[in-house]
Design a protein around this ligand. Structure first.
Ligand SMILES: Nc1nc2c(c(=O)[nH]1)N[C@H]1C(S)=C(S)[C@@H](COP(=O)(O)OP(=O)(O)OC[C@H]3O[C@@H](n4cnc5c(=O)[nH]c(N)nc54)[C@H](O)[C@@H]3O)O[C@H]1N2
Ligand SMILES: Nc1nc2c(c(=O)[nH]1)N[C@H]1C(S)=C(S)[C@@H](COP(=O)(O)OP(=O)(O)OC[C@H]3O[C@@H](n4cnc5c(=O)[nH]c(N)nc54)[C@H](O)[C@@H]3O)O[C@H]1N2
Ligand SMILES: [Mo]
Length: 800
């Protein structure tokens, strides 16, 4: 049965699917490990998708939602930023298992009303896991936590806006307010949000991008003059080599696997660079057609099990070999680049011992990969969090750029750089000015359009916002979506910082940790989700979004809203502005009444968006300009693409320690835990696991299945502890380990950030394993620290 058959079959097969609201929290004693190998997607994915969808949304909503998902006249999937095929090339069921889960999570029939908040005190809620909180259902009306109160109580929208306006207008400086954005916000919401912050007088606009692809933005802007990827979906289909580095598409961008499959059918070869052999890249069954369900494809032709943080060395070594073999695009290099001569000198004395120590790969493996680059006339290199969340992430991405420049792989069909974005509109939010360091020309355009002078001083990014909260410099924290305390590093420190605020405000769909770790006063403002009809101002409103490949298109939801009291994000922002800024020069009421008024302003303010409202109306929307991709124009200081030379350093780990990455299971969206089934890695029923190589388990004196505490070590000598994890034997390079985010976030030091991008280092933490009770110091704390503490020894040996 294909995805489409399954959808048609929903009413008969799955009418009785069980509701999924847990009454009890996770019991890690139920954790089960299954060591058999799993193919990505396939028939199981179809079944899981439908069971979750029907279980949460019911039969009728499942049908109307999923058949409109990613369709030209439908709504954009909240699941990830992978682009949609051209309008004529979409499937009737154009979504994946995890997209269906994302929709189900939002469009659930479970509702969270005022009785819920009357029953559960904030203290009670702060003992629950993210999983439990999220599963309680959609928030249905605005709620307030008054100073000193134990429970959230209902508040009218007008009183909520008046409360916020009171706090904001009472600040000593607008810079005492912080406005955070998560990447689900539409372009219209993002544009109005940054406009409000700037009219109020601050550039304090941190966003989830600070934790996500900030390193990509830094590296690409410095080297090619624009912080976005240079490929289209068509380029992926036409590439002759696709390199997937530090990314797990089978879980996080499942529709990318279909694109890889198509590329392969067109003759592409694929290299996967990853410490883990992720299921999607090695075994894929395409659920879009019947044959694909049973016949799996091995997508990757070469898998390089790189040691964590070894990618800089890997790409420098590949560059070295390409120079040595003279496998270079000399015409491109001389016409468009600078820095080549220095680079040739730099890589000439490459230290292979260091390369092998850093990558954990043999010289033969590296040479085989370099050969594939040399043989390919058009290469696309994709990357995600496995690259961006390291201390040297910016330098690593510049090394990836070097290799692309050596081969002339920019601005050529079938070739290019492809940072694969996470949240469905995280790239659009940046385009719309959600950025604490937006360039002056953008601020000039705001001034010219709206007639006020925006602040010029740079604002706080995510990490600096936490520091400022901690230091008492921020009094009001407002979030447009997301789960700030759940997603950010150093959970203990961050939670303590957040409690310092006078007012915390969350525009949200579902409950999460950030609602229960609050300032002196707190507001929850429930928003419409993307799957829901938005009738603000009495007309059908559309919003627009931008995918990972700079394509912008319209989206509008088909479903009845979860509650009549919900408001759209645009409505909430414009209403707040009207309450806060009585002398405003911005037409807030008109923009709220008709979002086309916002789009008319976007057209005049945002580069590349002329005639925006007309262009987004076209089926499939339009693609934003990208000078390197379109014309090989590089808007850097020198007017050329920059080849960079970076010294090669090996990340040393002291004896008895492991290098830990934090990553996503197959059953979560960031801090939203869909379920407890990381199917491809064989973990079921729990999440507090740490994957370790069997020989390392042995060498460290533990056994598979042992219960341990994780303790991270960093230069500040603070012991950061996350308790009650179970060791799971798992194949990966020696010395490496992995645990799930957000459970492992207490281990990430706030000050451990990437050079230049200030992005938290989530993927290479030095940790030690300790027997329960022996670790002392700070506690993992909060929701991240629940666990039964019991141990089981009868676990199957799990080494994929
Ligand atoms: N279903 C689902 N979809 C999602 C999300 C989700 O949580 N769930 N999140 C969304 C968001 S916001 C984002 S940013 C993306 C995230 O998408 P990914 O970046 O795929 O997410 P992670 O789970 O962090 O996976 C990181 C991958 O990089 C590998 N890796 C880790 N360190 C290294 C390294 O040093 N070198 C190399 N070469 N590889 C390394 C890991 O083994 C893992 O396979 O997905 C988006 N889509
Ligand atoms: N250790 C570790 N930490 C990480 C990462 C990692 O790999 N490892 N990855 C980082 C990355 S890449 C990212 S992007 C961040 C993610 O950080 P965030 O974007 O802040 O976190 P999410 O978990 O995606 O936010 C989920 C919440 O968003 C709200 N929400 C969902 N849909 C909507 C909507 O339509 N409107 C509104 N207003 N609210 C909505 C819900 O209330 C939900 O609880 O986390 C980062 N943190
Ligand atoms: Mo992300």
């Amino acid at each position: 049965m294909t995805l489409l058959d399954a959808l048609r079959d929903v009413p008969t097969r799955l009418r009785n699917a069980a509701r999924q609201v847990p009454t009890d929290d996770i019991d890690e004693r139920d954790l089960d490990i299954d060591s058999s190998a799993h193919a990505a997607a396939g028939a199981t994915a179809v079944t899981v998708a439908l069971r979750r969808a029907v279980g949460q949304m019911g039969v009728r909503r499942t049908g109307s939602a999923l058949l409109r998902l990613n369709q030209v006249d439908g709504f954009d999937c909240q699941g990830c930023a992978w682009p949609d095929p051209a309008p004529g090339h979409r499937h009737t069921a154009e979504f994946c298992e995890n997209g269906a889960k994302a929709v189900a999570e939002e469009a659930t029939k479970e509702l969270l009303d005022r009785e819920f908040f009357a029953t559960h005190s904030v203290a009670d809620l702060s003992d629950r896991s993210e999983f439990w909180l999220g599963k309680q259902g959609r928030i249905t009306e605005p709620m307030v936590l008054r100073p000193g109160a134990t429970h959230y109580t209902p508040i009218s929208w007008d009183d909520a806006f008046a409360t916020m306006a009171g706090h904001l207008t009472g600040l000593a400086s607008p810079d005492e307010a912080v406005f955070y954005t998560s990447g689900k916000a539409s372009n219209e919401a993002a544009f109005t949000f940054q406009l409000f912050a700037r009219e109020l007088g601050t550039n304090n606009l941190p966003d989830c991008s600070n934790m996500c692809h900030e390193s990509s933005g830094s590296a690409l802007t410095e080297t090619i003059g624009i912080g976005k990827g240079s490929v289209s979906l068509d380029d992926v289909h036409r590439a002759k080599l696709i390199v997937v580095v530090g990314q797990n598409p089978g879980t996080n961008h499942p529709r990318m696997l279909s694109a890889l499959e198509e590329a392969k059918a067109n003759g592409a070869r694929i290299i996967s660079v990853n410490p883990l052999e992720e299921a999607g890249l090695v075994r894929f069954k395409n659920p879009q057609h019947a044959k694909g369900l049973t016949v799996g494809t091995a997508l990757a032709d070469l898998h390089l099990p790189v040691r964590l943080n070894g990618d800089l060395a890997l790409f420098q070594a590949i560059g070295h070999l390409l120079v040595e073999w003279d496998a270079l695009d000399h015409d491109f290099l001389s016409r468009y680049t600078t820095g080549f001569t220095e680079y040739v000198a730099h890589v000439a004395d490459l230290d292979w011992d260091k390369v092998e120590a850093s990558t954990g790969l043999s010289r033969e493996q590296v040479t085989e990969a370099a050969r594939m680059f040399a043989d390919s006339p058009a290469t696309v290199t994709c990357w995600a969090m496995g690259i961006t969340q390291h201390h040297n992430a910016v330098a690593t991405i510049k090394e990836i750029v070097n290799v692309a420049l050596l081969r002339g792989d920019i601005g050529k069909p079938g070739a290019g750089l492809c940072p694969v974005r996470g949240h469905s509109n995280v790239q659009g939010d940046r385009t719309m000015g959600i950025w604490e360091r937006v360039p002056d020309h953008f601020l000039d355009a705001i001034r010219d359009e709206f007639g006020f002078e925006p602040p010029r001083e740079h604002g706080y990014d995510t990490v600096n916002a936490i520091r400022a909260l901690r230091d008492g410099k921020v009094k009001v924290f407002m979030a447009l979506g997301g789960n700030f305390v759940g997603a950010t590093p150093d959970t203990d420190a961050t939670e303590a910082a957040m409690r310092q605020a006078d007012l915390t405000v969350h525009v949200s769909t579902k409950l999460n940790r950030s609602h229960v770790v609050h300032g002196r006063e707190a507001l929850i403002l429930p928003a419409l989700g993307r799957s829901e009809k938005d009738l603000t101002g009495g007309i059908v409103q559309r919003v627009t979004v931008e995918d990972s490949m700079s394509a912008v298109h319209a989206s509008h939801g088909p479903l009845e809203p979860a509650s009549p009291h919900l408001r759209s994000e645009v409505d909430i922002i414009c209403s707040l502005a009207l309450a806060t800024l009585p002398d405003s020069t911005v037409p807030w009421a008109a923009m709220r009444a008709d979002y086309r008024e916002i789009r008319r302003r976007i057209a005049r303010v945002v580069p590349g968006c002329a005639s925006y409202d007309d262009k987004v109306e076209q089926p499939g929307g339009f693609v934003l300009p990208h000078p390197p991709r379109d014309n090989r124009i590089f808007e850097t200081d020198s007017g050329r693409a920059v080849i960079t030379s970076t010294p090669l350093e090996v990340l040393d780990v002291p004896p008895g320690r492991l290098l830990l990455q934090t990553l996503r299971s197959h059953d979560q969206f960031n801090t939203t835990i869909y379920g407890l089934d990381d199917r491809y890695r064989g973990v079921k029923g729990g999440r507090r696991v740490v994957f370790v190589h069997p020989a390392d388990i042995d060498e460290l004196g533990f056994r598979d299945g042992d219960q341990i505490d994780l303790v991270s070590e960093w230069e500040d000598d603070v012991s950061r502890i996350a308790r009650d994890f179970r060791i799971v034997s798992y194949d990966q390079p020696r010395g490496c380990a992995a645990a799930y985010y957000p459970e492992a976030n207490p281990l990430v030091p706030l000050d451990s950030t990437a050079d230049k991008s200030n992005q938290p280092v989530y993927k290479s933490l030095v940790v030690r394993l300790e027997r329960p009770g022996t670790a002392t110091g700070g506690d993992g704390g909060g929701s991240a620290d629940q666990g039964s503490g019991s141990s089981r020894t009868d676990t199957p040996h799990h080494m994929a």
